[in-house]
Design a protein around this ligand. Sequence first.
Ligand SMILES: Cc1cc2nc3c(=O)[nH]c(=O)nc-3n(C[C@H](O)[C@H](O)[C@H](O)COP(=O)(O)OP(=O)(O)OC[C@H]3O[C@@H](n4cnc5c(N)ncnc54)[C@H](O)[C@@H]3O)c2cc1C
Length: 199
Amino acid sequence: MQANFVLLATGLVDHCPQVESTPDCPTDAVRFCPICDGYEAIDRRVGVLGDLSTGAKKALFLRTYTKHVSIFAVGEASGSADTRKALAAANVTVLDKPRHIKVTPAGRVSIVTESGARHELDAIYPALGCAAQSDLAAALGASRTDTGNLVVDDHQRTTVSGLYAAGDVVTDLHQLSVAFGHAAVAATDIHNRLPANYR
Ligand SMILES: Cc1cc2nc3c(=O)[nH]c(=O)nc-3n(C[C@H](O)[C@H](O)[C@H](O)COP(=O)(O)OP(=O)(O)OC[C@H]3O[C@@H](n4cnc5c(N)ncnc54)[C@H](O)[C@@H]3O)c2cc1C
């Protein structure tokens, strides 16, 4: 099959922590996107799993929805002085690395940390990064950023002639509306570049 243009929207895969649960456990206790559903965390107890840079950003974002925010330090645990200061100013509790994470049938998250302390939360937000699914485009020669996202121009054109990309594979703002917007921009550009077929 041949095509003049191809639009890839291959998305990303979030890195997930290991969480013990059973089929009867609700699945919404582990969440990935406070931009999407932060309002559901209003005044609830939430934990962020991540290092003290990416994780801190998510924790501070969530802090605008609830005062009960903890960060479980995974990976780079010391963080910059500025980050620590910002977390302290926002009363975000910094805890040690989780040893075991479990979702209960009641939908609560139970975390036991390396020090043996147990914490009960309403939800956790992993901030462990993600892998943009850009290998297919890269195999065709498309350039990627340091984070593995595809490089595109204002028309969603990649660096390979005729190859477009849209959505999470190109952006850090993982939102349906952003992906739709990219698709509209790409589709319009593709339409305008196709041979005119006047009726
Ligand atoms: C748990 C969760 C909740 C979310 N909630 C919201 C929300 O409430 N509101 C919101 O706006 N956004 C939300 N998002 C983000 C939103 O889902 C994404 O921003 C959006 O789906 C991105 O669309 P996309 O087309 O780029 O990628 P995707 O929707 O991820 O689609 C990519 C598709 O490409 C396929 N694929 C990948 N590689 C290949 C390949 N080589 N060959 C063939 N197929 C391939 C994948 O299997 C997948 O089906 C949420 C995301 C998650 C994970």
